[in-house]
Design a protein around this ligand. Structure first.
Ligand SMILES: *[C@@H]1O[C@H](CO)[C@@H](O)[C@H](O)[C@H]1NC(C)=O
Length: 195
């Protein structure tokens, strides 16, 4: 009787061990992290500007193409990042925006959660800020910048993102005035939940 129980238990353990590598739900659970900075409920943003940057971003909003707030964000659909900002510098005739994408993941090496960069192969570099917002030049003083982000053509990027996870967009805007050295004029980090 006892040996039967032991044999059965051993079988159950073996079956469980075998099941782990082929059970994707279990794998996701093993690698999941808490949502950092309350991103389960709302966008979190902060400045990543360095001392030379002239534009101060006060807040960020994410909407669909009709200007309607949305949260969490569906990365398969284009969305608009609205940056409400103040320009302490000169007028900018032209600017370009580089976006880096990170996902909040558990490191397989350390077991700790942190931001891992998702390679975008330059797909989100050099976005023409003027072209979309049609509000150039960026004049001194108050600014309301709208940048369209459309990841939908980049299914290879989207396929690297985990559904229902936190991602981080690092948005750096560069001066493209004639004669400029393409210096950064502002940097913003936005942390948000995707579905
Ligand atoms: C949370 O936000 C703060 C700034 O508001 C930032 O300094 C910190 O690094 C963020 N934490 C994570 C895990 O991103």
């Amino acid at each position: 009787m006892l040996s039967t129980v032991i044999a059965f238990s051993a079988l159950a353990i073996a079956a469980n061990a075998l099941a782990i590598p082929v059970d994707p739900a279990h794998r996701i659970e093993l690698s999941s992290c808490e949502f950092p900075n309350n991103t389960a409920n709302a966008l979190n943003m902060y400045s990543c500007s360095t001392s030379g940057d002239t534009i101060e971003v006060n807040w960020v909003r994410i909407t669909d193409l009709n200007g309607v707030d949305m949260y969490p964000i569906d990365p398969r659909k284009p969305f608009i990042l609205e940056l409400v900002a103040f320009n302490n510098g000169p007028d900018y005739e032209d600017n370009k925006v580089d976006v880096r994408v990170f996902e909040y993941q558990k490191s397989w090496q350390t077991g700790k959660c942190g931001w891992a960069e998702i390679p975008t192969f330059g797909a989100l570099n050099g976005i023409d800020g003027c072209d979309f917002a049609k509000n150039c030049p960026l004049t001194s003083g108050d600014l309301d910048l709208k940048i369209e982000l459309d990841l939908s053509p980049y299914s290879n990027i989207i396929s690297m993102l985990t559904a229902n996870s936190a991602i981080q967009l690092q948005i750096s805007m560069k001066d493209y005035n004639p004669g400029s050295k393409h210096e950064e004029i502002t940097c913003v980090t936005a942390q948000l939940k995707i579905n």
